[in-house]
Ligand binder design. Structure first.
Ligand code: GLN
Length: 485
């Protein structure tokens, strides 16, 4: 059976429902591919082949009975930041190296109950803090397009597994760009939904006002199918919105004639790699050729976004990660009778350097005397950033920007300088600050490495973003390119 592991969800679904293939065959093809390339890519932290095959058999039963939907029987990788019942969930941290949740995250539950096949848990930067997957406490993941390079992060495993043909799709999480940026660097599609559209229940918290789960897939349509499954109200997440989710797949074929697109000048300035700029500019022309009207717009507060994010995200992280004190969760230092020493040693051993840096930054920003100068100021800047977006969305339906200012960089290239690493997310994190949806779709190559175009829209405009990206994808060939690994 030829290369089943490279099918899209859509293709797999049609072959599964017509009984041309079985889910067991499809799953086995992914497992074989993992056997062949995983020692080089290392996109997984935990592999669950027995679970996958059992779920595949169950999916085959569902399909034979005419039950199930688009995700039934289709293999997925799940980022290790999401709780999976009975399956190790480490967040790529030594703190949680033995943590086995007793329940599934809601997003995971929603795909499993629709017959998903879980191949295993995806590598990531520790607690989702990072942009390269190099902050994983266990091992880095490599970019399938060039094994000397990073896949991006923090959902590096998600993007690499899809780009390497190991998984058909993946679930990632995005706090400042962690779904979109690795998707861009690995040449696949990634969607960060509007804040509140997908439940965060069972998503291990990094920065609760920014975190959101999103799909990584080979095609825009695949991301729409996954969003259909995971979106919707969850009473177990107080920030989950009650509005009815739409059918994000149904509108995909519609054209984009008359769509008003804005190109924000602030996203095309210094530091953007020339090949990336060229690819995104060409993509904008393609969209214009498809009937969209394009105009320059300005979002002047963009320049505050990085500073604002690196106050708010560490502040929330310092509060969220306070629970890892060796008492209830995860690693616990036992070699002392002194409670304070036990906590100190637990955190010293359990957290890696980037997590420690964030906790310290956040604790500082929240401490009395500094709160007004840092945290409060950042919240005020957040309001201005949001208002800037609100203003341009009166004139345009969506924005087009690069997803990342650079293509995949060499492993080790940026680990010495945290600020260089933070700058990788300049184009993505304003979207989280404002709670907006953002999507990255492949739009070409620069020196052989994939480039992603980001589409940003007003709250709950996923339909428009998906329709636009789908029209672009259909008019070009970029999403069909495969890494030669
Ligand atoms: N790279 C950003 C950070 O380190 C974003 C990470 C994410 O989206 N989880 O905070």
């Amino acid at each position: 059976m030829a290369e089943l592991n490279w099918l899209s969800i859509q293709e797999a679904h049609s072959q599964l429902t017509s009984r041309q293939i079985s889910s067991v065959e499809l799953t086995q093809a992914c497992l074989d591919r993992i056997d062949a390339v995983e020692d080089r890519v290392q996109s997984f932290l935990t592999l669950t082949p027995e679970i996958a095959l059992a779920q595949a058999e169950e999916a085959d039963r569902m399909l034979a009975a005419g039950e199930g939907g688009p995700l039934t029987g289709v293999p997925v990788q799940i980022k290790d930041v999401m709780c999976t019942e009975g399956v190790l969930t480490t967040c790529a941290s030594r703190m949680l190296e033995n943590f086995v949740p007793v329940y599934n995250a809601t997003a995971v539950e929603r795909i499993i109950s629709r017959g998903a096949v879980m191949l295993g848990k995806g590598n990531m930067d520790e607690f989702a803090m990072g942009s390269s997957c190099e902050n994983s406490a266990f091992h880095p993941t490599r970019n399938p397009w060039d094994l000397e390079r990073v896949p991006g992060g923090s959902s590096g495993g998600a993007a690499a597994s899809v780009a390497a043909g190991e998984a058909i799709y993946a679930l990632g999480s995005d706090t400042g760009g962690s779904v979109r940026q690795p998707a861009a660097l690995c040449g696949v599609v990634g969607l960060k939904p509007t804040y509140g559209l997908v439940s965060r229940y069972g998503l291990i918290a990094f920065a609760s006002s920014l975190d959101q789960i999103g799909p990584v897939g080979r095609t825009v349509a695949d991301c729409a199918l996954v969003l259909n499954a995971i979106a919707g109200h969850d009473p177990r997440d107080a920030t989950s919105v009650t509005r009815e989710p739409k059918d994000y797949y149904a509108g995909l074929g519609r054209d984009i004639k008359g769509l008003r697109l804005g190109v924000p000048e602030e996203y095309f300035t210094d530091g953007i790699e020339p090949g990336t700029r060229k690819a995104v500019e060409e993509a904008v022309s393609t969209l214009e050729g498809l009937g969209a009207s394009v105009r320059p717009v300005s979002l002047p507060t963009t320049r505050y976004a990085l500073a604002c994010y690196y106050i708010i995200a560490p502040s929330e992280c310092s509060a969220n990660l306070a629970r890892y004190d060796g008492v209830k969760y995860g690693y616990s230092y036992q070699d002392t009778d002194d409670m304070w020493e036990a906590m100190e040693k637990t955190r010293e051993y359990g957290f890696g350097p980037e997590v420690t840096r964030r906790v310290m930054l956040g604790t500082y920003a929240l401490s009395s005397g500094y709160y007004d100068a840092y945290y409060l100021k950042a919240q005020q800047a957040r309001t201005l950033i949001r208002q800037d977006f609100d203003r341009v969305f009166q004139e345009v339906d969506a924005l087009v920007t690069p997803t990342s200012p650079v293509t995949a960089f060499k492993i080790g290239e940026k680990t010495g300088d945290p600020v260089q690493m933070y700058l990788i997310d300049v184009c993505t994190l304003p979207v989280n600050i404002a709670g907006l949806p953002g999507l990255s779709v492949p739009c070409g190559f620069s020196e052989g490495l994939p480039v992603g175009m980001q589409l940003i829209g007003p709250h709950f405009s996923e339909e428009t973003l998906l329709r636009t990206a789908h029209a672009y994808e259909t008019a070009t060939q970029w999403s069909k390119a495969r890494a030669a690994i």
